[in-house]
Structure formats: C-alpha cells, structure tokens
Write a protein that binds this ligand. Structure first.
Ligand code: AMP
Ligand code: ZN
Length: 142
C-alpha cells in the first residue's frame, strides 16, 4: 500500500501546501532545496521563515543536507534584512517540539530582524547560575 504521508510531503502540512503552491505566501527566495517566505504573524517587520522543501517534522528528524541548506539560506536572508530593511541585528530561532513552542511541524528557521526600537525580549530571565548544577548537567552532556 502506498503511504501518502511520505517523508517529503504531507497532505495536512501548511508549509508543504505553500511549497506546492496550493496555499498562498509572500515568497522571497526559492531554490531546489529550500524556500523563504514571510511569516504571517511577524514578530518584527521582515520576519521570514526558511523552510526545506522536503517535509521533516523538526530538528531531530531533518537530514544533514537539508539542515545545511536551510542554515545557509537563513544566513543569506539575515544579510538581506540588514541590507534592505536597515535592521540592526537578527535572531535565528527554531522551536523543536511543542514544549519549545513549535506550532507548525515542518522544520523551519525563523529569521527575525531586530531594530533598536523593537520590544522583543529573551524568552528567559538572565540570572546567576548555580555552578554545581551547571557542572552536573555538563557531565550528563559530555
Ligand atoms: P513555530 O511556532 O516556531 O512552529 O513557527 C510557526 C510560524 O509559522 C509562526 O510564526 C506562524 O506565524 C507561521 N505561520 C503559520 N501559518 C503560516 C502561513 N500560512 N504563512 C506564513 N506563516 C505562517
Ligand atoms: Zn510539510
């Protein structure tokens, strides 16, 4: 039996629909492997999404070639928002999993231009860390 939900396209995926041209988007750049289009709910003016054409759920699932292509396009888009929108900086962000805030389960990198006057903040409160706890966690990660 043919599985319609293949590794490269999913019928119920918004971003696969944009890539297929069946859903509208303000597309900025596309090539064989990736596409960049405007986020429909921008955090700041110029907020873009960089998306591999091949459907992969998230950072854990995407293959190295598509991840590489997406990161390269994200860098290109970061340079472009600085040049053309006079942004003062850029955040690249990715949410992997619902707990991390992922709402569309087709891997994507947010390219968020930053401006001197914008009000975006870090998603955490920077504060003094506990040195012993950091060391214990580091042991788990080595
Ligand atoms: P995340 O919550 O990190 O998975 O990011 C999903 C992003 O996709 C959000 O910033 C949404 O605003 C954006 N988004 C959802 N639907 C569309 C759409 N049809 N066109 C463009 N951006 C979209
Ligand atoms: Zn998809």
């Amino acid at each position: 039996m043919t599985d319609l939900h293949t590794a490269t396209s999913q019928a119920d995926c918004i971003f696969c629909g944009i890539i297929a041209g069946t859903l509208p988007a303000e597309v900025i750049v596309e090539d064989d492997d990736t596409i960049a289009f405007m986020d429909i709910s921008p955090a700041t003016p110029g907020h873009l999404l960089v998306v591999p054409r091949a459907h992969a759920r998230d950072l854990l699932e995407i293959d190295a070639e598509n991840l590489d292509a997406a990161v390269r396009l994200a860098q290109r888009m970061a340079r472009r928002v600085i040049e053309r929108l006079d942004a003062d900086g850029v955040n690249l962000t990715n949410a992997c999993g619902a707990r991390a805030g992922q709402t569309v389960f087709h891997f994507h990198i947010h390219v968020i231009p930053r401006y001197a006057e914008d009000v975006l903040q870090r998603p955490w409160e920077p504060g003094a860390g506990d040195v012993a706890s950091i060391a214990r966690t580091a042991d788990l990660l080595r």
